[in-house]
Design a protein around this ligand. Structure first.
Ligand code: DX5
Ligand code: ZN
Length: 224
């Protein structure tokens, strides 16, 4: 795992009428990835964006685009999202009947393949595919909306997945998404997160640069 986590601002909390500016601002403020939440109004009770917005964001940043597919049928859109410029495509365990095939299909397009679990979904559902995935995403809220409260029970889940990843020959990244702020980021990093997704805590702050920097270093303890 990286020594300090990567920070991936979620544009769900940005002003969509000024999306290019929002992406440029978080890039200048030190963001590592841009997290794009795709919601289909079926898998989750909200609708957001599709491949044209990923393509538009691709034109205004050089940062990796981390595309989180909250969709019932992600397989039907993997090609479109890859062509639009996604660097990471993350699918939900709960939405994929043939998860191994889905991960292969993402990787065949030279895109990093991520797998995510809702808060109520057991770590055991990852057992047969965890080492096929480039990234595991732990949802720390029930997906669908920004600005929700972090579910504390997810900390233990993060630790367990960290241990499993560390035991593999080629450990993937461990990402956490939902309700992350400057108060809980330290615990999440200490539990083993490599990538922190944050929407409202970054876009709702007065200074993106300070917030991103404080979030990144929140897991560091000062030895005196
Ligand atoms: C929730 C999304 C998250 C969301 C995070 O369904 O997957 O990426 O934007 O927003 P905050 O950080 O506000 O919880
Ligand atoms: Zn997300």
């Amino acid at each position: 795992m990286p020594s300090t986590p990567l920070i991936a601002p979620s544009i769900l909390s940005a002003d969509f009428s000024r999306l290019a500016e929002a992406v440029s601002l978080v890039e200048a403020a030190g963001a590592d990835w841009i997290h794009i939440d795709v919601m289909d109004g079926h898998f989750v009770p909200n609708l957001t964006v599709g491949p044209p917005i990923v393509e538009a964001v691709r034109k205004v940043t050089t940062l990796p685009l981390d595309v989180h597919l909250m969709m019932t049928n992600p397989d039907a859109f993997i090609g479109e999202f890859a062509d639009a410029g996604a660097d990471v495509l993350t699918v939900h365990v709960e939405a994929c009947s043939h998860l191994h095939r889905t991960l292969q299909s993402i990787k065949e397009r030279n895109v990093k393949a991520g797998v995510t679990l809702n808060p109520a979904t057991s770590v055991s559902t990852l057992e047969e595919v965890i080492h096929e995935a480039d990234l595991i995403l732990v949802m720390s809220v029930n997906p669908g909306f920004g600005g929700q409260t972090f579910i504390p029970a997810c900390l233990e889940k993060i630790s367990r997945i960290r241990q499993i990843l560390n035991s593999g020959k080629n450990p993937g990244l461990l990402e956490v998404d939902g309700g992350i702020n400057l108060h809980n980021a330290g615990s999440i990093i200490k539990a083993g997160a490599d990538v922190l997704v944050s929407g409202s805590a970054i876009f709702g702050s007065d200074d993106f640069s300070i917030t991103i920097q404080q979030m990144r270093t929140a897991g560091q303890t000062i030895n005196v």
